[in-house]
Design a protein around this ligand. Structure first.
Ligand code: FAD
Length: 384
């Protein structure tokens, strides 16, 4: 095998992750607690500011490098989910914020003084149909007044800022559904209890996620990012980065499962020989490894295009699908290899199995990736 790209960066992330071993994540999972110490360490190391340009205090790294950081977290047995959003959510501010907004927020995000971990898009009545969202932001002098409901909005209780997508022009007054949506930066500490109610949702993974109710929440007009009505376009701009970073996390998960499964298959003896001597045990692990390696090529292909500023929608979506499928195949291979022990929480397989399953559904479901490729790559008629 050739050497993996970015070996020094990988080694640095691995060193940090060694301080947060399996038991750390297991306990958090049991308590459904936020990895405060881990997020703090990642911030101090500069990793969560990887994509923030140096002039604003970040590391100014490429998306390929940022993806390696998240991959290594998941590969170590951890879960980058509680902190990954900062990397891609910040991109909306970076690409579309005013210079004053960037100066006000980015250095403080890079230093860890502020966390921008939350983004509010999904709604109970709209779901995958983002342009059908119903949360409104109505301008009233120097303020927007926000009303509506969101669901599955993660990390709100552990973030200072949230990027919110809301409708600023009613659907019936826009030529296209994708117009009339705007992005607002919500200062969560100001908002909670003063127009924003947060109700936690318990999910099958340790991911702090919430229902949000906006009732006349006031947001200063100065917190509008970019132009009013162009928010959906800004959201789309950030999606490729998100897809590539999530693909990298899946690749990290996949490698963790394969390493653990191969180790178990070598060590565990039944019928007087290692279970890994049986092809029925070897082959699913070998196949999952092949799938992960293939997904990895697509991840770097997509990241290279992104970093050169070239179109990469198809590659980013394909990388996300291939990587999520590969990690899921690896998860199943590991479950089967560990037999009954896979169900014992002390082995961490069931925890990682639950965690990696999320990526078939969020942040974009497999069907929607397939619909994108069918329509935008293959020219098939739009299905919805
Ligand atoms: C743990 C967790 C954390 C999350 N964090 C966030 C967050 O921080 N911010 C945020 O905004 N959202 C977040 N989400 C929401 C997530 O992005 C959505 O759950 C996801 O986009 C799917 O939307 P939905 O759940 O409404 O599914 P639905 O829209 O109800 O879809 C259900 C199923 O139907 C399929 N489907 C729907 N329409 C079609 C179609 N036309 N063709 C084929 N299949 C279709 C979908 O692919 C899906 O599999 C999170 C979700 C979870 C579970």
């Amino acid at each position: 095998m050739t050497e993996e790209p970015h070996p020094e960066l990988r080694a640095a992330v691995r060193r940090l992750c060694l301080r947060f071993p399996d038991g750390y994540w297991r306990q958090l999972d049991r308590e459904r607690a936020y990895p405060e110490a881990f997020v703090q360490a990642m911030t101090e190391a500069g990793f969560l500011g990887a994509l923030i340009p140096r002039q604003y205090g970040g590391l100014g790294q490429s998306l390929a490098e940022a993806s390696v950081i998240l991959e290594e977290v998941n590969r170590s047995g951890g879960n980058a989910g509680p902190c990954h959003a900062q990397m891609y959510t910040m991109g909306t501010l970076l690409r579309h914020g005013s210079e004053a907004q960037k100066r006000a927020y980015l250095p403080r995000i890079a230093s860890g003084e502020l966390r921008l971990q939350a983004f509010g898009v999904t709604e109970p009545a709209a779901g995958t149909d983002t342009t059908g969202l119903r949360t409104t932001a109505v301008r009233n002098g120097e303020r927007y007044v926000v009303n509506g409901d969101k669901v599955f909005i993660s990390r709100v209780q552990h973030s200072d800022l949230m990027v919110l997508l809301a409708r600023t022009t009613p659907l019936e007054r826009v030529p296209k559904r994708s117009e009339g949506l705007s992005v607002l930066l919500v200062e969560l500490r100001e908002a909670i209890g003063k127009g924003l109610e947060v109700e936690p949702i318990t999910t099958m993974v340790n991911n702090e996620t919430n229902r949000l109710r906006f009732r006349d929440l006031e947001v200063p007009t100065g917190n509008l990012i970019g132009e009013e009505g162009q928010g959906f376009r800004y959201l789309l701009d950030g999606l490729n980065a998100e897809r590539i970073l999530i693909a990298a996390e899946c690749i990290g998960d996949g490698r963790w499962f394969i390493e653990r499964a191969a180790h178990r298959a070598r060590e565990r003896e039944v019928f007087g020989r290692p279970i890994g001597q049986n092809q029925g045990v070897q082959f699913p692990i070998a196949r999952a490894h092949i799938d992960v390696e293939a997904a990895d090529l697509m991840r770097f292909r997509a990241a290279e295009l992104f970093d050169r500023g070239e179109p990469c929608g198809a590659e980013a979506n394909m990388a996300k699908l291939l990587a999520a499928d590969a990690s899921w195949a690896a998860a199943n291979a590991a479950m089967q290899t560990f037999g009954g022990y896979a169900f014992d929480v002390e082995y961490d397989v069931e925890r990682k199995f639950r965690e990696t399953r999320l990526y078939q559904v969020a942040p974009i479901s497999t069907n929607l990736v397939l619909a994108y490729v069918a329509e935008h790559v293959l020219g098939l008629p739009r299905s919805f």
